[in-house]
Design a protein around this ligand. Structure first.
Ligand SMILES: Cc1cc2nc3c(=O)[nH]c(=O)nc-3n(C[C@H](O)[C@H](O)[C@H](O)COP(=O)(O)OP(=O)(O)OC[C@H]3O[C@@H](n4cnc5c(N)ncnc54)[C@H](O)[C@@H]3O)c2cc1C
Length: 453
């Protein structure tokens, strides 16, 4: 069907005009508009997939023409892994979300974002475990982990996936759950998009009519006492409380420490749970509000802009102890521009109670994942980027107490050793399953696995 490499995109376009777009078309431009600013990646063709069969066709075309393949879900991978120089299987036409009859599980299309899920679950007072932002793709997030406000209560996003339908590298469409293709199901929960294109996933949907939260802003000069007090409060907090800290410059360029506690438990306990977070220091702004889960996730939407050049480094530390707090402060005091921020993602409660071997995700002890985010100015030149990159890298390296590895969704393409450490004792099984399901590494654009084909 597909003959010569030279004319591949033109021929694919001629043969499959509905499915394929090429440079110069609007829908091609829309598909390659992702969050990360990628330097010069120019896919030859985009396959606008709406069905599992479309995905089969995209995978077959990439294989027959020996072209790289990437899967574009929500388009929010920080390293731009949704795109490659070959064929992009765009799943933004597969954003369906259906709550099952008993409302206990939701079927989520492989291209759906958190906002697509909350649009269905919010009105019914249900919630699926997501990340912290409404714009991030559910499949990319889930397959790599899924840190978010409900981890303490319900586990990672991947702990909440109960089944998936997958198109494999050899074109087969299979179901994976604890009974069928159990090895694949295990690997999907942590191994990222390395094993196939996920057509749809089924996730637990929990009873959550509302959450209570506030964005409490404190002067950065008080960061040490604020973060220390915050740490004491969370040390004994129930699973229903999650706290995120953001050290960042406010719109005037002044550093602030933002503390964002989120209560997902009983409404009558919310005030007692959240009140102490308003007394951590000199409160500059913030009040407790009751919102839907979806509204909570959209709080940071205005700041998540596509096409900025953003450098991300992460590491995981055992806790927010005094040394860690001092290094966060030092990192912000040595920031190279107001675009630098440090964000915490806590991991505890239900997420920590899952055993190491239950899923491929390797780090099942309480920890805090630190995200060093450096957004270059809009018209940044090469030197600006070098400065931001080295700030993020240098700051990460100051956290000498960091646990080995890192959050796989945030590792770079060449971070193979850190990937090996992240998967720990699960690495060998993960690689064995990769060899079985994708020996030719068709899904090479996914998060790094410590292996060579
Ligand atoms: C602004 C922002 C906020 C974030 N917040 C969080 C957070 O709160 N918690 C957290 O844990 N992470 C967070 N992340 C990281 C995010 O979870 C990962 O980058 C995730 O991979 C993004 O998924 P996506 O579908 O949007 O990615 P895309 O860029 O579309 O895809 C990236 C890769 O994911 C895989 N993939 C995506 N869809 C599929 C599919 N259907 N089948 C198979 N593979 C697929 C593919 O390998 C693909 O190359 C954030 C990232 C950004 C940019």
């Amino acid at each position: 069907m597909f003959a010569s490499l030279e004319t591949a995109p033109t021929r694919l376009k001629r043969q499959l005009p509905e499915l394929v777009s090429v440079p110069g078309e609007d829908r091609y431009a829309t598909a390659i508009n992702i969050w990360a600013k990628t330097s010069g990646v120019m896919p030859r063709a985009v396959f606008h997939c709406r069905t599992a069969e479309d995905l089969q066709t995209a995978i077959r075309a990439a294989r027959e023409h020996d072209l790289p393949l990437s899967i574009r879900g929500g388009g929010h991978d920080w390293a731009g892994r949704a795109l490659c120089d070959g064929i992009v299987a765009d799943m933004t036409g597969m954003r369906h979300v259906v709550l099952d009859a008993d409302q206990r599980t939701a079927t989520i299309g492989g291209g759906a974002r958190a906002a697509d899920v909350t649009a269905i679950t919010d009105p019914l007072g249900r919630a699926v475990v997501t990340g912290s932002c409404s714009c991030v793709g559910m499949a990319g997030l889930t397959l790599g982990g899924g840190y978010g406000p409900l981890n303490g209560r319900f586990g990672l996003a991947l702990d909440n996936m109960v089944a998936a339908q997958v198109v494999l590298a050899d074109g087969r469409i299979v179901s994976a759950d604890n009974e069928s293709n159990a090895d694949l199901f295990w690997a999907l929960r942590g191994g990222g998009g390395n094993f196939g294109a996920v057509v749809a996933m089924r996730h637990h949907a929990h009873d959550l009519p509302a959450v209570y939260s506030g964005v409490f802003v404190y002067p950065f000069s008080e960061a040490r006492t604020v973060l220390e007090a915050c740490n004491s409060l969370t040390a004994t907090a129930p699973d229903e409380l999650s706290v995120q800290i953001v050290a960042i410059a406010d719109p005037s360029g002044t550093l602030v420490a933002m503390v964002i506690p989120i209560w997902s438990g009983l409404p009558e306990q919310a005030e007692r749970a959240l009140e102490p977070f308003q007394r951590l220091g000199t409160l500059l702004a913030g009040k407790v509000e009751r919102t839907s889960y979806g509204a909570l996730l959209s709080v940071f939407d205005p700041f998540v802009v596509n096409g900025l050049r953003v450098v991300v480094e992460t590491c995981s530390v055992p806790s927010l102890d005094l040394d860690t707090i001092d290094m966060i402060i030092h990192g912000m005091e040595t920031a190279v521009s107001p675009g630098c921020a440090i964000i915490t993602h806590e991991f505890r409660g239900a997420a920590s109670r899952v055993s190491d071997s239950e899923t491929a995700f390797g780090l099942r002890r309480d920890h805090v994942m630190l995200e060093m985010l450096a957004t270059c100015p809009a018209h940044a030149d090469g030197m600006d980027e070098v400065l931001h990159r080295s700030w993020a890298r240098r700051t990460r390296q100051t956290f000498t107490m960091a646990l080995p590895g890192g959050y796989p969704n945030f590792l770079g393409p060449n971070d193979l050793e850190r990937a090996r450490q992240s998967y720990g004792q699960n690495a060998a099984r993960l690689i064995e399953i990769k060899r079985r399901y994708d020996p030719d590494n068709v899904f090479a654009s996914a998060i790094p696995l410590p292996w060579t084909p």
